[in-house]
Design a protein around this ligand. Structure first.
Ligand code: IPE
Ligand code: IPE
Ligand code: MG
Length: 245
């Protein structure tokens, strides 16, 4: 009997430039589900499955820091069953995936207001962060109960609490008081599902990020689509307010 033909792994031409810190606004789970006549939570579950794929691809492409927008402070205003479902999914994902993520060298972090989420989930998140803190292959920053404006409010409150004199407050000080203090600013922010808005994601840090919007709903955004985003990023001319050089 002849052996099964080998499935050829697709190769992606190397790119001149990759982002150091990539952000993803994982949007469109609800519409993905609606298009299939499924409940919204089915879309969120499909979104989690897709996250595994995108994480693997992110590591393979060699991007060291990924921040994903999983739940905004505004998302609390959704129907109660959806909110509870999303909290449940986060807990479930930690239970199910933590071991493998740790083995794969992923360092988990959280940005957002931890105190706003249920205590049992807070404990799971704290445990995941502690377990993986020495890992270096990929920093996976999960924005959950996150809002860029709330982040700035929290920063200003802590600056005042620490007694920093007004004249000493500059951009560097503010950056140090953000949830992302020790991370480079995101250089690429991807949004799925075609929406052309920021929705309160990394509003300070993304000041000079390159934005990439794709019509794919999040559950359908795979490795090929990620490569397309990275290729577009590598072709962008970043000017930072200067004249083209
Ligand atoms: C993104 O998908 C996930 C979260 C906001 C939690 P949506 O749930 O916003 O999906 P759409 O935008 O309604 O399709
Ligand atoms: C942004 O998506 C938040 C997340 C992806 C977690 P939303 O679906 O909540 O944003 P809007 O309502 O379209 O601005
Ligand atoms: Mg949405």
């Amino acid at each position: 009997m002849s052996p099964l033909p080998e499935v050829e792994a697709k190769t992606y031409p190397p790119l001149d430039r990759l982002p150091v810190h990539m952000g993803i606004i994982m949007d469109g789970n609800g519409r993905w589900a609606a298009a299939r006549g499924l409940p919204r939570l089915a879309g969120h579950r499909a979104g989690v499955e897709n996250l595994r794929r995108v994480l693997r691809a992110t590591v393979e492409f060699g991007i060291p820091v990924l921040t994903i927008y999983a739940f905004s402070t505004e998302n609390w205003g959704r129907p109660q069953d959806e909110v509870e479902g999303l909290l449940g999914i986060l807990g479930h994902v930690i239970d199910r995936e933590l071991g493998e993520l740790h083995q794969e060298g992923v360092q988990l972090r959280h940005i957002g207001r931890l105190e706003g989420i249920p205590p049992d989930l807070q404990q799971k998140v704290a445990h995941a962060i502690d377990l993986t803190k020495e890992n270096r292959r990929l920093i996976l920053n999960v924005a959950f109960n996150y809002s860029g404006r709330a982040e700035l409010v929290d920063a200003v409150q802590r600056i005042i609490q620490d007694g920093v004199p007004a004249a000493a407050v500059d951009e560097e000080v503010i950056t140090r008081y953000l949830y992302t203090a020790d991370l480079a600013d995101p250089d690429l922010i991807i949004r799925t599902s075609g929406e052309m808005r920021v929705s309160n994601f990394l509003i300070w840090q993304g000041a000079y990020a390159e934005y990439y919007v794709t019509p794919f709903y999040w559950p359908d955004f795979g490795k090929d689509e990620l490569y397309q985003a990275l290729a577009a990023f590598s072709r962008r001319e970043r000017r930072f307010g200067l004249v083209p050089g």
